[in-house]
Design a protein around this ligand. Structure first.
Ligand SMILES: [Mg+2]
Length: 270
């Protein structure tokens, strides 16, 4: 469990350079909504994020399970980084779009595997190969029962050769990259790239859910100078240092960070 956010909890972030301030969206910046498309980041929170991003030495990012473009839509401020799809994709503040390196390598393996499985799958009437770029599905719902075991063996052989994982479903075999990829791996990769893991740097991460725990945990394990904040109920087990109750309190802490970081830099200094 974490402690209620103390008045001086953000003090270590006042001088850090760079300070990488990262926020989950749903339940953290935006109040939870009955349906994802109804969730909104309040205007005041958007403005506070833009103000924070304008401070010298500060980089601001969104870290979401939504696709990156959806995250960027919800907070359309310039100069933000966006980590989407739980760490699969990262959009840089300058517009550069990146896919996790582990997946770039895996995509080549998936493509080779799709080619290798094309004829074994085509040989089984009713079987279907679906290429999803970051993975493959072999559907066998319409295939004759007695043909499935041999096809499954062929799939496993190819997967083993390419180092992909096979997940057995209901009349479906899912092949996925053997990549460890989550919000935490993406946060660490971004922090390293921006220099926030260096002695002068620091990271702030706020999130409200189980998948945010990966970021809390990995920042701690990496020995990063980090302030981690869990949003929501106070009594859930968490790896975060601190706790705030709601997106309203997150907006307030962004405001405090803006004050801590002082006046906006001259354009030339940024
Ligand atoms: Mg969330």
């Amino acid at each position: 469990m974490s402690a209620p956010l103390a008045d001086d909890a953000l003090a270590p972030l006042a001088q850090a350079s760079p300070l990488l301030a990262l926020f989950d969206i749903d339940g953290t910046l935006a109040p939870l909504a009955p349906r994802p498309e109804l969730a909104e980041v309040p205007d005041a929170t958007r403005r506070a994020l833009a103000d924070l991003a304008a401070r010298p030495g500060v980089r601001v990012g969104l870290v979401t399970g939504r696709a990156a473009h959806d995250g960027a839509r919800m907070v359309p401020a310039a100069g933000l980084w966006v980590i989407g799809n739980h760490g699969v994709e990262t959009w840089d503040a300058d517009g550069t779009r990146r896919v996790a390196e582990a997946l770039v390598a895996a995509a080549a393996a998936v493509a080779r595997e799709a080619a290798a499985l094309a004829s074994p799958v085509a040989a089984v009437p009713g079987a279907l190969l679906e290429d999803k770029r970051w993975g493959l599905s072999v559907h066998t719902r319409l295939a004759p029962d007695d043909a499935v075991p041999a096809l499954a063996d062929a799939v496993r052989d190819v997967a083993a050769r390419e180092g992909l994982r096979v997940h057995d479903g209901k009349r479906i075999l899912e092949l996925r990259p053997d990549a460890e990829l989550d919000k935490g791996t993406a946060v660490l990769a971004l922090a390293a790239r921006l220099g926030a893991l260096a002695p002068a740097g620091a990271v702030l991460f706020a999130g409200d859910d189980r998948t945010d725990e990966d970021a809390f945990r990995r920042l701690r394990a990496a020995g990063a100078r980090a302030v981690t904040i869990r949003v929501g109920e106070a009594d859930v087990p968490t790896e975060a240092d601190w706790h705030v109750a709601s997106p309203v309190e997150v907006a307030a802490l962004i405001g405090r960070l803006v004050e801590l970081r002082g006046p906006v830099a001259e354009r030339a200094e940024r």
